[in-house]
Design a binder for this molecule. Structure first.
Ligand code: M6R
Length: 297
């Protein structure tokens, strides 16, 4: 699978890579459209080529589509919110996100809708190629249909996020961290914060902190970390302990069980319970609210 997209849609693609490789066992590459369109790309035979775009009109994405090596591509697929868009018209297949018109510039509901479509795609690919058995698919489906409820509950997090946004409003910079599917979510949280509040923010994979970004740590630097209660939890705790020891103001976002593991955090945002695999969908909501409230401040 080759995914091409820009901005928030690119971050959705990065999450999808974990799902497509994890659930369907298929190799998946993700690339920024503005890079892909200008370079000599090597496409593996029988590639499913996916463009993710809210609008379906992003010039870099359309150019990437027109630039691909048709010989090797089995099918082109648009994951798009606008059924009449150029992208939907020019691809072989389309999965519509049906999020309704995206009114603001900052992509919010389009992102969560893209994630839902992409995890469904990963599950279907996994079932069709035999990587997932029927009982696992049923289990995932039962959990998936609970996601709208969890997202609805996340919309009630405004009061608990307000004091954290108040703290962030004077920050010069802010780091977002995560591992696994929560790494792309960290990049998306940082993008939302800079786009809405004009505060510098960067998303990193937690494990990369020690390879350079740790030099940025200073007293009071806000570090927003997405945490999960899976096998990665211990590694995240150790990354965050190092950041806290260097004066970082640690804000954690995760389920109650996950945030309880970080007893040294300065602030916690508790998201409704969900399977770790769905955490980027539910975790996106508090990240968006945090950016929104910080901008209002
Ligand atoms: O319409 P697209 O999804 O193709 O747009 C791509 C990016 O411009 C877009 O996702 C942008 O990063 C967001 N509006 C940021 O919130």
């Amino acid at each position: 699978v080759q995914i091409v997209a820009c901005g928030t849609s690119y971050h959705a693609g990065l999450v999808a890579k974990y799902w497509i490789e994890g659930l369907a066992g298929m190799p998946c590459q993700v690339e920024i459209a503005s890079e892909y369109r200008y370079r000599k790309v090597v496409t593996l035979p029988n590639t499913l080529w996916i463009a993710i775009s809210q609008s379906g009109e992003t010039a870099d994405v359309l150019s990437a589509l027109r630039h691909l090596d048709c010989e090797q591509v089995a099918a082109t697929l648009a994951v798009c919110n606008v059924p009449t868009s150029s992208l939907v018209r020019e691809t072989d297949l389309a999965l519509l996100t049906e999020a309704g018109p995206e009114i603001g510039v900052a992509s919010t509901k389009a992102f969560t809708a893209q994630l839902i479509v992409l995890i469904c795609l990963a599950i279907v690919l996994g079932r069709q190629n035999g990587h997932l058995d029927a009982s696992r698919v049923t289990y995932l489906y039962q959990k998936l249909v609970k996601i709208p409820g969890a997202v609805g509950k996340s919309m009630k997090l405004f009061d608990s996020i307000r004091p954290i946004a108040h703290k962030l409003k004077n920050a010069r910079s802010c780091l977002f961290l995560g591992r696994d599917t929560l790494f792309p979510l960290a990049c998306e949280g940082a993008l939302k914060l800079k786009e809405l509040s004009y505060i510098h923010a960067e998303g990193f994979a937690s494990g990369e902190m020690k390879h350079g970004p740790i030099a940025l740590l200073e007293d009071g630097l806000p570090i927003v970390s997405f945490v999960s209660e899976d096998e990665m939890a211990l590694k995240v705790i150790s990354n965050l302990k190092e950041a806290e020891a260097r004066g970082g103001y640690i804000i954690v976002i995760g389920t109650q069980a996950a945030v309880d593991l970080i007893d040294f955090a300065a602030a916690k945002i508790v998201i409704p319970d969900c399977e770790p695999i769905f955490a980027p969908i539910v975790g996106a909501i508090p990240a968006q609210i945090l950016a929104y409230l910080t901008a209002l401040n």
